[in-house]
Design a protein around this ligand. Structure first.
Ligand code: PMP
Length: 285
């Protein structure tokens, strides 16, 4: 059976799952989304993802024509119908079909789409040996222009940074903000370890408030680590003992080199490995 895609309450074969070219999601990137993981048929932190989806929608004055409870059920149904236990779910809400003008009032009903698919993980090697990343010239969106807390369908800021990273031979790229402070990578949050404490940029630096980021902060507290969220500089990254990234798809990935600087001894650090292990346990328990 072909993969079944949910569009507005109806399932379609992947090949037939289509929306209008007049949808403002297509014309303008006008919409919001979430990327989630399922483990053993259960969506990890589903309520948090739904809350963030509703928050993002509210920030762009988009009213989602259902409730978080009902949409959560639809997500689970999509996974079950496709018989996916360990997978990735992409949930999106577009502004809907409209005119060629920007006016969101001249659109029809928002379109809700759920895609549940198998997960393509980073290769094991990245987890075992760590990633090399680069800082890119493309700065993260200024929060007063397009707040990175809004997970919108317009990901060009991140895509431009990703292109720069790929040109440097890296699968992830570190973005600074307009003040030159560390923000996050193109699809992952960033953490540092120094003298046994954990550091991650504050939301005010202009980042997506990652759900994995919060889980790791909570796990770190359980592990007895102090967690700080001060503004961070490139120098803080270069001089860190350890560095790692977090995201729903990536989970916890060690970083062993940033630009031309080796982090710590160039191998995934002990704190990173411990948190990675705790995260693994939490999601698979
Ligand atoms: N930052 C950005 C820009 C992202 O797109 C994502 C999600 N891929 C993250 C951070 C990590 O967020 P989460 O842990 O909620 O997946």
């Amino acid at each position: 059976m072909s993969l079944q895609i949910y569009i507005n309450g109806t399932f379609h074969n992947k090949e037939d799952a289509k929306i209008s070219v007049y949808d403002h999601g297509v014309l303008y990137g006008d919409g919001v989304f979430e990327g989630m993981r399922s483990y053993g048929g259960k969506v990890f932190r589903l309520e948090d993802h739904l809350q963030r989806l509703w928050d993002s929608a509210k920030a762009i004055c988009l009213e989602i024509p259902t409730t978080p409870q009902a949409l959560g059920q639809d997500v689970i149904e999509t996974l079950q119908l496709n018989k996916i236990d360990d997978g990735y779910v992409r949930l999106l809400v577009t502004r809907g079909e409209g005119t060629l003008g920007l006016d969101p009032n001249r659109t029809s009903r928002p379109q809700i789409i759920i895609i549940a698919d198998r997960i393509t993980l980073y290769p094991d090697e990245y987890y075992e040996n760590g990633l090399r990343i680069v800082t890119v010239k493309t700065i993260r969106n200024h929060p007063a222009a397009l707040n990175p807390q809004i997970k919108s369908l317009n990901y060009l800021n991140n895509i431009l940074a990703k292109i720069e990273g790929l040109e440097a031979g890296c699968v992830e790229a570190l973005m600074l903000n307009h003040e030159g402070e560390i923000t996050e990578c193109t699809g992952d949050n960033v953490f540092l370890v120094r003298d046994g404490d954990l550091f991650t940029p504050p939301v005010e630096a202009g980042i997506l408030k990652g759900i994995t980021r919060q889980v790791v902060i909570d796990l770190a507290a359980v592990a007895g680590l102090k967690v700080h969220q001060p503004p961070l500089t490139q120098q803080d990254v270069y001089s860190a003992d350890e560095c790692f990234l977090t995201g729903s798809a990536a989970e916890v990935v060690p970083v062993v080199q940033v630009d031309s600087h080796q982090i710590g001894d160039g191998k995934p650090g002990l704190v990173t490995c411990d948190l990675k292990q705790r995260f693994h346990q939490l999601t698979r328990e």
